[in-house]
Write a protein that binds this ligand. Structure first.
Ligand code: NAG
Length: 328
């Protein structure tokens, strides 16, 4: 029995539903062309929307400079797009003040692909998903879970907030769960669709993006729900990178059990939490408790990751090479 089937049985036992709709709509797909030479460059930023405060504007400025240098094709936002409580509606001025007005560099006028963070769920979630925002600023795109196919890499964006139990118990904040309930049904569909689309992917590089950490030494630490539910699917399907935000830091953890790399880019504004847990030094490749962002450059044979601080200085680099099979 596959892991997903076991999970399905466990979840159906929990939720009391005998019939779980396993044929719900699949993740929406977008095509994003790579460059003429087949390569792709992008930036990743997370946990940012504070009307420019907490160095958000400085990070944005450096993203513009590095974005131009690398001739980036797209930008990924790992969520917590608008603090503290998401957007109140499509007419919330925070959209302009924390996004359009901040990321003004020419190189950043590319397609942004954004997931939702837990803070986004505290507002009117559906406003962030609304086409009205795309009319106001065409570079904006945020959906719950979706796929971006490029010729050389497939990106699987996963809505991770509904996986986390504590938000469903929290009394201090209201979360907008419209579109999520019944929860177990929703989660099972996300896992099933992710598994299916990863299996169907013929791309050389498979990259999963979510807001929450899977492995992190930062303030929030590991997200147990994702460790137990999402990670096995990623390992089974040879995912190369898991990219997240949530912890307001820059971080790179590798794993002894697989080639999967865990990359946190959550330094878009407020940082410097000051609490870092011990982590096995063999796995902890890099940790920076401050603001910044990350770049990813991809070719058929190589992925290059670089982390930058608020001044654009390079903090950490990592590369993986996968040779093409030579035809004998
Ligand atoms: C802005 O960045 C600088 C340089 O890293 C840092 O010293 C400073 O504390 C940051 N400011 C805030 C408000 O985080």
């Amino acid at each position: 029995m596959s892991k997903l089937m076991v999970l399905s049985l466990v979840l159906s036992a929990f939720s009391g539903f005998n019939i779980i709709n396993l044929s719900a709509a699949e993740f929406q797909r977008f095509q994003h062309a790579a460059k003429g030479d087949g390569s792709l460059s992008l930036l990743v930023v997370g946990d940012w929307g504070r009307r420019g405060a907490y160095n958000q504007s400085h990070v944005a400025l450096q993203m513009g400079i590095i974005g131009e240098k690398l001739d980036i094709d797209l930008i990924i936002s790992t969520g917590d797009n608008f603090y503290d409580n998401g957007l109140k509606g499509v007419d919330d001025p925070a959209f302009y003040e924390s996004f359009t007005k901040i990321y003004t560099a020419p190189s950043l006028q590319k397609q942004w692909y954004s997931v939702l963070g837990n803070h986004d769920y505290r507002g009117d979630v559906e406003s962030q998903l609304s086409p009205i925002l795309r009319e106001m600023d065409s570079k904006w795109l945020c959906l719950r879970s979706f796929i971006v196919n490029t010729e050389i890499a497939d990106f699987f964006f996963v809505d991770t907030t509904p996986f986390v139990d504590k938000y469903f118990k929290e009394k201090d904040h209201n979360y907008d769960w419209s579109g999520i309930i019944p929860r177990q049904n929703y989660l099972l569909n996300v896992l099933k669709d992710l598994d299916k689309s990863l299996k169907e992917s013929t791309s050389k590089w498979k990259i999963v993006v979510g807001h929450h950490t899977i492995k992190s030494a930062g303030h929030h630490g590991n997200t147990q729900e994702l460790n137990s539910q999402l990670l096995p699917i990623m390992l089974e399907n040879n995912v190369d990178l898991y990219i997240n935000g949530h912890d307001h830091c820059l971080e790179h953890i590798s794993s002894s059990e697989s080639p999967l790399q865990f990359l946190t880019s959550g330094g878009g504004s407020k940082a410097w939490r000051g609490d870092v847990d011990w982590w096995n030094p063999k796995e902890m490749k890099f940790y920076y408790d401050g603001q910044g962002f990350m770049s990813v450059q991809i070719t058929q044979t190589q992925v290059d990751i670089v982390f930058y601080d608020v001044s654009g200085h390079i903090l950490h680099k990592w590369s993986r090479n996968k040779q093409l099979y030579s035809i004998v």
